[in-house]
Every structure is written in C-alpha cells, then in structure tokens.
Ligand binder design. Structure first.
Ligand code: G4P
Length: 529
C-alpha cells in the first residue's frame, strides 16, 4: 500500500462525553464491531471508579491500564481506526483537552435523559477552537429521555453548532421501537429483552411503505409526521459543513444495548475526515508531505519507580515515522532515535517499524520529551494548538523535607511536564494549578513514592487564571504592578493573572480595557477572550 493509501484509510478520533453519559460503553461497542477487543469489559476496567476519588492505589492501577488503552486501533471495512482514549474523570479534563489536539474528529455522547451537561459544553468549546468535526450520539434511548426535538434544540443552542439528525427514534424508554435512518431510508427495530448484538434491520422502500405500518402500528403515522417536520426544519446534511466543524450529524441509540452503534460506525467511516493538516509556528503542515513530523500530546510515567523512563505519545502529522531513524527534537535542537516505538492494535502493543499520519506511536523516553514537543526530519517548526487551560484550584507547594529539596523540585517539574498539573512561579514561590482535587492527591502520592519527596500544600484563594497581553506595554506593566500579588509566570515565562472569583476577574477586565485576558496560553484561537 502506498503512503497516500495508508493516509486515506485512517480515521483518528476520540469519544467524549460528560461522565456517565456512556462514553466507555460506546467505545467498547465500537471496538467489538471492529474486532479490536474480544470481550466486553476490557475498556470499562480503565475507568477510575467514582468511589475511588482518593484511593491512591486505584489511581496507580488505573495509570497502568490506561497506558494500554491510550490508543485503541482496529480495522473495519478496510479503514484503520484509531480511537484515542480520554479519561472519564472530570478532574482529568485537561488531559482530555490535550488529546483533542491529536484527533481529526470526535463522537460526542449525550445522555438522552440528562441532555447537554457541563462537561459536554467544556469539551465542545475545545473542539470549536479547532473546528473539529463532531458527530453526536444521543444515548440511552431505552430509558425515558427528553423529547428528541427538545434535545436537538438544546444541543444546537448550548453547543453552538448547527445540527442535522441522520436517524430518528421511534418512541423512547419502555416504548422504544427503534430508529429510522433518514440518511439511507432503512428502519432498525429494537427488540428489548434479547441480548442483542445486532439490531434487526428492515429495508423499506420509503416512508409510504406499508411495511412501516405493519411493524410500527399507530407509531408509523407519527414517524411520518416527525420526518416531515425534520425535513422542513433542518437543513439537508452536508459532508462539507460537517468537516468544516459547522454542522453536527446526530444519531440516536443505546450503547448498552448495542443499538444504533453500527449505523454510527458505518456513517462515521464514510464521512469522518482522513488525517488533516495542522498549523505550526511557521506554516501549515499537510499529511501528504514527504518529510516526517509529529508532536507529543500525552506522557505517561513508568509505573515502576526504579525506572524513570516514561512513555510519550506522538501523533504523526506528515511523512513516514520509521523505527530507529534519526529525527530532530526541535525544542532541544538535537537528534533523537527511537529503537522500540510501539503501536496499539487489538489489545496488544507491538513494536512498529513504520507509522503514518493519523497514527499514534508510544515512545520510551528518559525525560527529554515534554507535552507539545515537535519531532521532524530536520525542519525547525513547532506544532501549535496544545494550549494550557485555566486551572480551577491553586495551591502553593512548599518543600516538606529540607534534605530532599532536589527531589522535590525535580519531581514537581517532571510531574507538571507530564501534564498532571500546571506549575506557576512567583519569585521563589511555586504555585500549582489543577482542574480538580484529585490531581493534588496524585502529586502528593507520586512525589513521595517516586521521588522520595514530601510536599506541604497551602490553599490559595484563586479560581481563574488568565494569560495577559497588551498592545500597549505601558498598560500591561501598570496592570502587573497594580496587581503584583496576583501575577505569576507560567512554564514558558508568560505572565498570568490569577483572579479570586469571576466577579473580580470581570471587574479587572472592565477596569483595564487595554489589557487582554486570555483563557488559554495560546491566543490565536476563537476562545481568546
Ligand atoms: P462514561 O464512560 O461516559 O462515564 O459512561 P459509561 O459508559 O461508564 O456509562 C455510565 C453508565 O450508563 C453505566 O452504568 C452504563 O452501563 C450505563 N449506560 C451506558 N449506555 C447505556 C444505555 O444505552 N442505556 C442505559 N440504560 N444505560 C447505559 P453504571 O451502572 O454506572 O455502570 P455499570 O455498573 O453498568 O458498569
């Protein structure tokens, strides 16, 4: 197969959702279809259980498993599908945001009972920053959910994207009968009570077909009315608008019952984009370029504290990745070589000789690689689009053991390089910001067990971080002097303003119109405030 063909057949994406909407269940069902796993439950075990919020051993165990499921690859209908796993726990949201920079599209799961939830909105905002194409899967149709039209309106409004249903449910909950495929015209019947592996597919000519009445009885009339309404209200589906991130096709189903999953998968491989290009510090890089390039979007520490090596996950963006070949580590300006890179097919990780754009390879690393690092065949460019997001909880980290100061600093800097949390400095003070409480438990535990260091943590009254810039250096300087107690520096020495509350933030934004307050560390995004 030529490289062009290899690129053409790849689909790299992530399944995302608010916790509990059904991301894990859907991922697992997709893998079962593709033969990527043989048994249900394989992905499930990756989840950090809700009850385990402060169970360190559980976290450690999960870290081990999540290396194996970081990327799940399988073949379906000639396509090579790479699903990038994202943590289910809300405290690890930033990990998910970063993983989203390495995918070409996403499937967003929405719970039909709960509708659009907080984390769904946050995740979607990140997708919108890069115009990532989104397919929505409305899940749990076997339960009494909200009316589908209401759900569609909510998705459109809260997620700020136009929607177009491609299947339509016939009732919900106890009376759920199946879905009608608006795209291709088929009827898929749901037979409750059976342990269905595949739903029953019925080919009907069109909506006027008598078979519809025989199968659905009085619901057939309602379906006809619904479809007429949908065709009148929603614009026709356009693959181009979907790929531009402007229009989200919507599917209905039940992941747990494996219902509606095949339609989703088949439409997905049809319409989802092949690996797309990415912006860098100097130019746009396209996947079909001859020369290799890629970036690190995730780092996992080794579970064994005696071995300091880590695994860096590299998304390939152009050219061919070859085992043992020398590449340029752009940030360090030095040549690097990986003799044992591996890929992740069907529950197995195996050493890979070649990999192509859209693929993710795992690289053993002794501490040279950081999240966001670029590798190339020699060109000095750096991939953009791995911003840091505002943490929500801030603590000052104080060395708890003067004899172990070196270990404390090394541990803290390595853990934050791995992306466990963000590190800010203010003179000699070290301030760590996280999305959730759980990361502080992880930091304390890992500092102790991997670095033999102890940390004292002092709570700080901040809730928002904003990267600050201004076209007027004097205005910026004035603001920084005026708010000096709230100004810290991030890992790239960029100034960051920490606010105590949304009201304080709003007041400062109002009072300092010449200063720009950015919600992420990269400003050329739509999310820039
Ligand atoms: P997540 O990764 O998005 O957090 O969600 P996950 O797949 O773990 O699903 C959350 C819960 O919702 C699970 O139940 C799962 O079985 C259930 N679920 C998923 N899809 C459907 C569906 O189509 N219909 C119904 N009725 N339930 C669904 P749980 O009780 O939390 O876990 P478990 O004991 O079943 O593992």
């Amino acid at each position: 197969m030529t490289r062009e063909q290899e690129i053409e057949r790849r689909r790299t994406f992530a399944v995302i959702s608010h916790p509990d909407a059904g991301k894990t269940t859907l991922t697992e069902k997709l893998l079962l279809f593709g033969g990527g796993i043989r048994t249900a439950g394989a992905v499930k075990s990756n989840k950090i259980k809700k009850s385990a919020t402060s169970d360190f051993m559980e976290i450690e165990k999960q870290r081990g498993i999540s290396v194996a499921t970081a990327v799940m690859s399988f073949e379906y209908d000639g396509k090579l599908i790479n699903i990038l796993d994202t943590p289910g726990h809300k405290d690890f949201a930033e990990d998910t945001y970063r993983t989203l920079t390495a995918v070409d599209s996403v499937i967003l799961v929405v719970d039909s009972v709960k509708g659009v939830e907080e984390q769904t909105e946050n995740l979607m905002r990140v997708c919108r920053m890069r115009d990532t194409p989104v397919i929505v899967f409305v899940n749990k149709l076997d339960r009494e959910g909200r009316p589908p039209v209401e759900l569609m309106d909510e998705i459109e409004e809260k997620l700020d994207i136009r929607v177009r249903p491609l299947t339509w449910p016939i009732n919900m909950g106890q009376h759920f009968k199946g879905v009608y495929n608006l795209h291709e015209g088929g009827l898929y019947l749901f037979r409750p009570g059976k342990t269905v592996v595949e739903e029953e597919r019925l080919h009907i000519r069109d909506l006027a077909d008598d078979e519809l009445d025989r199968q659905l009885g009085s619901d057939a009339g309602r379906l006809r009315d619904d479809v007429e309404l949908i065709e009148g209200v929603y614009e026709p589906f356009s693959v181009d608008a979907y790929r531009a991130g402007e229009l989200a096709p919507v599917f209905f189903g039940s992941a747990l019952n494996n219902f509606g999953v095949r339609e989703l998968l088949e439409t997905f491989i049809d319409i989802a984009p092949k690996p797309v290009g990415r912006p860098t510090s100097t130019r746009q890089v396209d996947p079909d370029e001859d020369r290799f390039s890629g970036f690190v979007f995730k780092i996992h520490a080794n579970l064994d504290p005696r071995h300091r090596d880590r695994i860096a996950f590299l998304r390939i963006c152009s050219g061919t990745f070859e085992r043992s070949r020398q590449f340029l580590h752009v940030r360090q300006g030095k040549q690097v070589r990986f003799t044992n890179p591996y890929s992740f097919m069907a529950e197995r990780k195996s050493v890979v000789d070649f990999a192509y754009p859209g693929d993710v390879v795992g690289l053993y690393d002794r501490g040279d690689l950081k999240i966001g690092d670029t590798l190339t065949e020699g060109e000095e460019l750096e991939f953009r689009g791995i911003p840091a997001f505002s943490p929500a909880i801030f603590r000052e980290m104080i060395n708890g053991d003067p004899m172990r100061s070196k270990q404390f600093h090394k541990g803290l800097s390595q853990l934050t390089e791995e992306g466990v949390a963000q590190l800010f400095r203010q003179g000699n003070r070290l301030i760590v910001g996280t999305v959730g409480e759980l990361q502080f438990d992880v930091i304390a535990y890992r500092l102790e067990h991997e670095y033999g260091a102890a940390a004292k943590m002092q709570g700080l009254p901040y809730s928002h971080a904003r990267w600050i810039t201004s076209d007027d250096p004097k205005a910026l300087d004035e603001f920084m002097r005026f708010r000096s107690r709230n100004i810290v520096w991030d890992k790239d020495e960029k100034p960051v303003y920490l606010a105590e509350s949304p009201w304080v933030l709003a007041a400062n934004e109002r009072d300092h119109p010449k200063v720009e307050f950015h919600t992420t560390s990269e400003f050329k995004t739509r999310a820039a405030s």
